[in-house]
Design a protein around this ligand. Sequence first.
Ligand SMILES: [Zn+2]
Length: 434
Amino acid sequence: MVTARERSPHEGEALARSARLPHASDMHSPCPRWLGLLLALALRTDAPAAPAAFPAIYIANHFENASPLWWEVGDAGEIHLHLVYDHERDSPNRAAGHWHFQVQAPTGANLRLVLHNLDNVWNGRSGSPVSDRTISFTSPDGREWTPVETAHLPGNLLEIELRMPGPSLFIARLEPYRLSDLAAFQEEIRAHRDVGFETIGHTVMGRPLQMLRVGDPGAPHRVLIRTRAHAWEPGGDWVVEGLVRRLLAEDADARRWRREYSVHVLSMANADGVARGLTRLNALGKDLNRNWDRPADPALAPENHALEQWIERLMQAGRKPDLAIDFHNDEGGRLHVSRPETGGERYLANLDRFERLLRRHTWFTEGSTGASFRNPGTMGEGLLARYGIDACIHELNANWIAGLDSFPSARNWQLYGAQLAVVFSEYFASHGVK
Ligand SMILES: [Zn+2]
């Protein structure tokens, strides 16, 4: 250690500059470590000419539903994309599994993308949103999407190899369904005489939660559908588009169905998460498909609170939903049936009948969860236990549709929605309990 008086004028200058650096201990060294590093770098003859060698590539992610991430280029020119987890409040749970970004690179360039941070924690256990079966989608314009294979690498990394068909290419986990897509669809159907909208509440960030009604308000049966509790899962929104378009067609079947039952849809339950490209949780870290065994916290989960209030208003008016479906995406695609400890016979019989009708009239083949399956706190379990509504979680397989031997495209999910219209009709025609 030397005192200030013993330092040379040159050292004094260096120390004055070093005061701006975080390593305060260097200030008292006669030859600061940072200065040595700087000299060593300046004297290196093999230092790379960074600007010239860096590939002409940019990852854009500042648009609607784009996923938060950071990226870097590896030694072999591969692009590493580091997804950002969203974290559940008061819980070890975390999730990343939504990806949606745009690659900008020269036409014809062959690129290798490597996705990182897929080590999720789900229900307190480690889990992964990707596997050997995971697919992804690409699109030059964000409208027409093509499925692409991926490779699941050691270390739980996901690799996507592609050749640039033009100067830019969107990459997404699934065909995106954005808030702007929903707004355009709402405008398309708004004027129909059998369509109504009601704002039932607002998200954490103040976005309106719109309940859509399709069908006669006085119809004897009601179906409640929710989509997008989990932001990365767009399947249900595509299904709803197909269902609503089929119900609003001007043919005799559609007119009859609109008299038999009304469909009530809360799309985009987690609108904040969808807008911001999150994977699972709402803007305050709440999982909107948990804690349904008790009233929702109006401050932390206003999206669920609004839905509860709406259900309770309907029940007070004697118009309780007969059936409720909460659409999700996963790698299994099954119907999640609740297993109440007692008194579930009528519910299980109804859900069994619903599944048989799905198998008869739609491409659904994945089946339902067995007697040992439990996932407490889901909307399916909560609506059954608290309100006596026949409710289920309907997963949609995010990798493959076995019944069509095809990829889960927006078009195939819209077809499923159209096929649901007759399922509901036959379900209520043989409905034992109103
Ligand atoms: Zn989900």
